[in-house]
Structures are given as C-alpha cells and as structure tokens.
Write a protein that binds this ligand. Structure first.
Ligand code: NAD
Length: 349
C-alpha cells in the first residue's frame, strides 16, 4: 500500500517529503533523475509517464546508476494514485498546453474527491506552453482547491542543461523572497538559476517565450550570415572565430555555432550532423507561442511573422525539423532564388 512518509529524526526543520513528477521524456527524465539522486533519507519520489514503458525505463536507468535511493522511488500507474501519496509538489514536464490542462484537471478532480485539509500540493509546471492555458489551469486549481497552487516554472538550458542539472527556472513570483523556500529546494536539485519574473501568473512563461523568440530570430540571422559569408567564398571556420569576438556574437553563433569543427571539444550538435540539442520543431513551437502571445497582447513583433514563416518552411522537412536548430544553416544553404524571384528548396522535389 502506498503511504505518505513522514520525516521523523531530522535535525533540520521539517522540510518537504514527497515529490511527484509527470512526464519523463527528453527533459523530464533528467530533471526527475536529479531529484531522485538528491532525495533526503525520508523523501519519496513518485513518477509517472503516460507511456508506461517510459516510466519503467526511467526507474531502471536511475536505479542502475544509483541504487542507494531505490526504495524511495515509486512508479505510479495512474494519476489517481497521487492522491494516495499526496506529494507536496508535483512537477509536470509534458509537450503542450493541452497535456498540462488534462493532467492537472484530472489530478484536481481526484484530489477533490479525496480531500485532505492537511495536504497542500503545489503543481510546478515546467513545460513550455501558451500563457492563456496556463492561466486557465491556475484559475481552475485555485477555484477547485484554494489551498493548492499551480506555478508556471518553465526552464531554459535545453536537454544538455537538464542532463547536467544546470537549468534556469523562470517563475511567476515578484522577488526571491516570494518563492516558497521548499520550492527553491526542489528547483535547486534540477538547476542553478531561479529568476522571479513577476507577481502575475504566467510571467515565468512570458519571460521564457520572450527569450526563446530572441533565440529563434538570432538563429535565423546567424544561419543567414554564415550563408552570406559562404557565398563570398570565406573560410567559414575562420569567419566563425571572427564573429565570436565581434559584434555579431550571440549564443547561436558561438555557444551553438553551426559550423562544424570550430569548437571540437564542446560537443556541439553541428559536429554530430546536428543531432540532439534543441530541435528545430521545438524552436518553431516557441516562435508560434511567442507570436500568438504577442498578438493576444496587442504587441506588434517586427520579426514574428517572418520568423514563423521560415520555421514553418524548415519544419516541412522532417530531416530539418528533428535536428538541432543550428541545422538552419544547412537548410538555408539548400534554398536558392530562381529567376522569377521565388525561393526554391533544392532538396525538395
Ligand atoms: P518529450 O516529448 O521528450 O517528453 C514529454 C513526455 O511527456 C513524454 O515522455 C510523454 O510520454 C509524456 N506525456 C505526454 N502527455 C502526458 C500525459 N498526459 N501524462 C503523462 N505524461 C505525458 O518532450 P521534452 O523535450 O521533454 O519537452 C517537454 C516540455 O519541455 C515541452 O513543453 C518543451 O517545449 C519544453 N522544453 C523542452 C526543451 C528541450 O530542449 N527539449 C527545453 C526547454 C523546454
């Protein structure tokens, strides 16, 4: 039988005991692994993915790497099982707003049926989703069980940051002092930066979308600039080194340089055929979310629609959509201007 564990002989003040994690995909499996590895002796971690194979694989992976905490890790079969263990925090790391809404709506329904006034669960959503859905879910939680909370806590740092435990979290809180210290403990297990972004729910996501819009647009500009340099016959490795110390410098041109061989020790996606990293289709997803949010906010974005157009085009090709966003350099190299002015992708029939 699943039981809520109680920390008994700690010399520290009574801290949180039970964590839940939903969504063990590319990001979630690493985030949950860090929680698992850093569990206090009386803590428990309950995990669930909609794909039971994913849950099983996660448990096998982390316990084979570190057996010490194995009895503190409990895979769950259904969302309803969370009500039997009632975690202090349940993190969600799922693809889209619809998934977040469905998971939290179901959880709230089960928690309402099994209401226990001693338990105050906070849902911590680190998925990148649209702000209106996140606000809707926040209101649903507060209206259904006022003692519960739902916080948007999206992340930056990508799969590499999740793997290393160096993520940055963006939170809808005004200042660090407004963040529950227990939540800070949880987030510090997975990341190294916590940025309070504003008092209103959704400001964490707003910061995430504004940043990823900037990333997506600079990524296009970097690919375009390198293709321009290529058309001039420049040595692209030398050009990349020049950009790295010049005014064109950016994360997309240096830390995620699209030119193979410039930083051979940095394990960049460009050195492994642009595999891994932050895939182009997720970049497109974030551009679409940013552009839609800007429209809902009556904010004109100079490069929003054009950026979205090119990510839409790039993602029509599965070989581009599923590789790191720096592959846009290769994609733009496949585009040629015909005599009538049309842009043709030479790799597409
Ligand atoms: P992913 O598709 O690899 O993983 C998502 C996981 O959620 C899958 O294992 C899936 O089975 C599970 N899932 C889906 N619906 C579910 C449900 N209803 N209940 C339980 N589990 C469910 O995606 P990812 O790359 O891990 O990204 C997750 C989120 O994080 C997305 O919103 C993404 O935009 C965001 N994000 C991703 C990155 C990245 O580099 N991959 C970086 C920052 C943020």
């Amino acid at each position: 039988m699943l039981r809520r564990s109680v920390r008994q002989f700690s010399t520290k003040p009574a801290l949180l005991t039970n964590y839940g994690f939903v969504g063990l995909g590319l990001m979630g499996q690493h985030m949950a692994r860090h929680i698992y590895n850093k569990l206090e002796p009386a803590d428990k971690l309950y995990v669930l993915d909609v794909n039971p194979q994913q849950t099983k694989k996660f448990v096998e992976n982390v316990t084979s790497q570190n057996a010490a905490n194995a009895d503190q890790l409990i895979p769950l079969d259904t969302l309803k099982d969370f009500t039997k263990v009632q975690p202090d925090f349940i993190s969600t790391m799922v693809p889209e707003g619809a998934h977040v809404k469905s998971v939290i709506t179901e959880l709230v329904g089960h928690f309402k049926e099994n209401y226990n006034p001693n338990i105050k669960t906070t849902f911590v959503d680190s998925s990148t989703i649209d702000i209106p859905t996140s606000r809707e879910v926040h209101e649903l939680v507060k209206e259904s069980i006022p003692e519960f909370d739902f916080i948007d806590a999206p992340v930056s740092g990508g799969v590499a940051g999740a793997r290393k435990g160096t993520l940055s979290f963006m939170l809808s809180r005004d200042t660090h002092a407004d963040i529950d210290p227990k939540l800070t403990i949880l987030l510090n297990k997975m990341g190294i930066n916590i940025f309070p972004c504003g008092a209103r729910h959704g400001t964490g996501l707003a910061a995430k979308l504004a940043n990823n819009y900037l990333l997506a647009i600079t990524n296009i500009a970097v690919a375009d600039s390198f293709q321009l340099a290529n058309s001039f016959g420049l040595n692209l490795q030398n050009y990349a080194k020049l950009v790295a110390v010049s005014t064109g410098k950016s994360w997309a041109s240096v830390d995620n340089c699209p030119i193979p061989g410039v930083y051979p020790d940095n394990n960049l996606p460009c050195d492994v055929n642009y595999e891994g990293g932050f895939v182009t289709k997720l970049t497109r997803k974030d551009v679409v979310l940013a552009v839609e949010s800007a429209k809902a906010n009556d904010r004109f974005l100079m490069l929003g629609d054009i950026g979205r157009y090119w990510y839409d085009k790039a993602c029509e090709r599965p070989d581009i959509a599923t590789r790191d966003l720096s592959v846009l350099f290769e994609f733009l190299g496949d585009l040629k201007q015909a005599e009538n002015g049309d842009v043709i992708d030479v790799k597409r029939k």
